[in-house]
Design a protein around this ligand. Structure first.
Ligand SMILES: *Cc1c(COP(=O)(O)O)cnc(C)c1O
Length: 493
């Protein structure tokens, strides 16, 4: 029986069933994480030469089930609070699988294309972004910030009579992007990629809890203007990755308006915080921005590879990112509606983005919101913000622990203090505690620095986490801290 190709193109149920038990087992996060301990074994199984004759579908899937899935990344385990990404919930994960099968290009009028538009609309409504803004899905926060900065760049240089997407940046002009010292490094990289340069990003002063100081922004803009330096964008962060601090958006928007500068809000992590009415006022003024970035693959827990950018001025975004007309593209949006000999093109995203061919990401956002509704998501955000507050209360109540930054959203920064007074010793001790947590307990935060001090930093975005893991972390830091501190004070034999 001749198959037309060496790759299987059907037998989906068989193939899925072959790996499903391994996936189900993985998702229970039982037993210890053996990825590190068994590294030599699984590497030996995978580090083989390119086969000339493939092993076939079944043998390949068996390898996947045996050597790959069991050793996968356990950042979805209930006690994992190290990063602002988690592993996806079931529904969005399955929707991504469905899109891989049935929606492998987001062109023409079909549901996987249409759901990009539906999901962008839902997400905008959920987060209070005006419906008239142009949205686009991206591969994540890195690309979302890059697209926003590309639009800001277009706007800023058109004001000088230059079309930067056509002609590049004018050699004789100097320019600047303004952000706080807590800005995410993907923003500085985006400045590099769009040709502004990493050094064009001014890293301005922050206050005690990591918020941009408006006075520092005002001063920098005035000083630069006097020197003929052209302002390209102000980047406000709505939820820094270190502490979850939210820059004062309304005050920054006032300054942006006064100076006629594009305001971009990086809310990759924290924009969902707007759903918690206790912190919602901190987002006032958001609709006065020129662009906003948000990452559904963080708090919304859709599969990795899903960010979004919204831009107020659709036309400027289009001038920055449109593709040139090409016959094989059946036209281009810039020359009028795209014509296809086969069908209507549907909603076009490749004129507002970095990608031409791309998977449907909207289907995963649609799946998450269709499943939970806005109230389900609000409940998640409030629960996680509560976790951070509960942990902060536990830290305040324990005289051997110290709170380093009060939570704004779902991040708490604290450290073990005990009787140790030496700052360098405290840094070492807390670093050792973080290592011991990962080696000995299911509670895995990350570390960061707050005003120079090493902090233990859990970030709660994981839908599987319960209060038991939050208390578990507080208890474990206390116990491990006591143990390591007493050992450090015992003279070596
Ligand atoms: C996560 C994050 C980014 C980077 O996004 P990726 O999806 O990791 O590329 C940028 N800015 C902020 C504020 C973030 O939280």
């Amino acid at each position: 029986m001749g198959r037309p190709d060496a790759a299987e193109t059907a037998r989906l149920t068989d193939a899925v069933n072959r790996v499903l038990p391994a996936l189900e087992r993985f998702l229970r996060y039982e037993g210890e994480d053996r990825a590190a301990r068994d590294r030599d074994t699984w590497r030996a199984a995978l580090d083989v030469a390119l086969p000339r004759t493939g092993v076939g579908t079944d043998a390949m899937l068996d390898m996947l089930a045996r050597w790959v899935i069991p050793y996968g990344l356990r950042n979805g385990a209930p006690g994992f609070a190290g990063w602002i990404t988690t592993s996806p919930t079931t529904g969005p994960a399955v929707s991504a699988f469905a899109a891989a099968i049935a929606g492998s290009q987001r062109w023409w009028v079909q549901p996987f294309n249409h759901l990009e538009t539906v999901a962008l609309g839902w997400l905008a409504e959920l987060l209070g972004i005006p419906a008239s803004w142009q949205g686009t899905f991206t591969s994540g926060g890195s690309a979302a910030n890059l697209v926003a900065l590309g639009a800001a760049r277009q706007h800023a240089f058109e004001r000088l009579g230059v079309d930067p997407s056509r002609d590049g940046l004018p050699a004789q002009q100097r320019w600047r992007v303004y952000a706080s010292s807590e800005v995410h490094h993907v923003v500085t990289r985006a400045a590099a990629v769009v040709g502004l340069g990493r050094r064009s990003v001014a890293m301005l002063d922050v206050d005690d809890i990591g918020r941009l100081r408006p006075a520092a922004l005002e001063r920098a803009l005035r000083d630069d203007r006097a020197k003929g330096i052209h302002p390209v964008a102000i980047v406000a962060t709505a939820g820094t990755v270190n502490t979850g601090a939210i820059d004062p958006i309304r005050e920054i928007a006032d300054i942006a308006d006064e100076h006629g500068v594009w305001l971009h809000v990086d809310g990759a992590y924290g924009l969902f915080g707007r759903l918690d009415e206790r912190v919602a006022p901190l987002y006032e003024g958001l609709e006065r921005a020129g662009s906003i970035a948000v990452d559904p693959h963080k708090w919304l827990a859709v599969p990795l590879g899903c960010g979004a950018t919204y831009v107020r001025d659709r036309a400027v975004m289009g001038r920055a990112f449109t593709l040139e007309p090409a016959e094989y593209l059946e036209g281009a949006a810039s020359t009028g509606p795209l014509q296809s000999p086969f069908d209507e093109f549907g909603d076009l995203f490749h004129d507002f983005n970095l990608e031409q061919s791309a998977q449907s990401r909207g289907v995963t956002v649609w799946a998450a919101l269709a499943e939970m509704g806005s109230e389900g998501m609000r409940e998640r955000v409030r629960r996680h913000d509560d976790f951070a507050r509960h942990l902060a209360d536990r830290v305040r109540a324990d005289d051997r622990l110290e709170l380093l930054a009060p939570p704004t959203l779902s991040i708490t920064c604290f450290r073990y203090r005990g009787d140790v007074r030496d700052e360098a010793a405290l840094d070492t001790l807390n670093n050792d505690i973080a290592r011991a947590l990962r080696a000995e307990t299911p509670f895995v935060p990350s570390t960061t620095r707050v005003r120079g001090h090493l902090a233990i930093r859990p970030c709660y975005v994981n839908p599987r986490t319960t209060l038991a893991e939050v208390d578990g972390l507080a208890n474990a830091v206390r116990h491990i801290g006591d143990r390591l501190a007493s050992r450090a004070m015992t003279p070596a034999e």
